[in-house]
Design a protein around this ligand. Sequence first.
Ligand code: F7E
Length: 323
Amino acid sequence: MKTALICGVSGQDGAYLARFLLEKGYTVHGTSRDAQVSSFKNLDRLDIRDRLVLHSMALNDFRSVLQVIHRVKPDEIYNLAGQTSVGLSFEQPVETMESITLGTLNLLEAIRFINAPIKFYNAGSSECFGNTGDRTADETTAFSPRSPYAVAKAAAHWQVANYREAYNLFACSGILFNHESPLRPRRFVTQKVVTTAIEISKGRAERLYLGDISIRRDWGWAAEYVEAMYLMLQAPQPEDYVIATGETHCLEDFVAEVFAYVGLDWTAYIEIDKSLFRPSEIAVNRGSPQKAHEKLGWLAQRKMKDVVRGMVDAILCDTSLSA
Ligand SMILES: C[C@H]1O[C@H](OP(=O)(O)OP(=O)(O)OC[C@H]2O[C@@H](n3cnc4c(=O)[nH]c(N)nc43)[C@H](O)[C@@H]2O)[C@@H](O)[C@@H](O)C1=O
């Protein structure tokens, strides 16, 4: 039986990955900055909290990282911790840079120091590619980050590549495009659109205020994306992989799809709020999952319309959320 350590287990991806690894028979340990006070509500929603061993770990504190790894003795470490909001990174660039790059470096250093054959997955991001325009980004595409978040993720990506090359660690980054679920917080646009559209349909809200709705993104289903993380660590060689559906849609289409699904015409309810525009934006973000398909056998099953249905249905079918 293998042991996995998930850093950042309280987030969307951490919770789905924990559930996935439990189903595979793993002993799963999870960390959060302060496990005594974290709510772990995503673990409760998936009904897995009691099946995990939870630890406090401050990723920017090497001693705490080393202590937890020493105690858990994991076969695999998944680094999903750090600040995850691109929008917030413009307001908190130092916290973003520190939590992502120092956290990744401390984990890599601890694995190197302990000198055990621990496999390491790092959560990379398609934000690193910047604006892809008509091109489709793959694992060979140069990075061109356009936010403090993307700059930090690009640095972490190269830290992982450097430790793989210099010290022969089994370390890889998944360059994940946007992936959504009912566990997405409202600060991300998909959940904001879904929850507000439902509130409008129930007469509890009147308007949905959005920033730039012309942007194009590749929206996949988070529960599928965590499987790709696991598969990367089962591959014979450590390599980096782009994880995407391969389809892009503009935000306006996503909004129209959500409103149509709850029986409304979106054009009557949307207002553009210039204060929600980012200082620098990615107009189009297009990616190819071809390598992951060929080498890992991974392929996204759920595309944008399935994401919409899955997120809306989760709220409408859960009375505690829709009441
Ligand atoms: C791959 C990447 O994926 C995610 O980052 P994100 O793409 O920034 O996600 P988001 O949902 O905040 O924005 C999507 C787009 O939608 C635009 N947008 C318009 N109006 C609003 C709006 O009102 N709110 C928000 N949040 N966005 C808006 C916004 O300007 C942006 O162009 C994270 O998982 C990240 O960790 C990650 O790695």
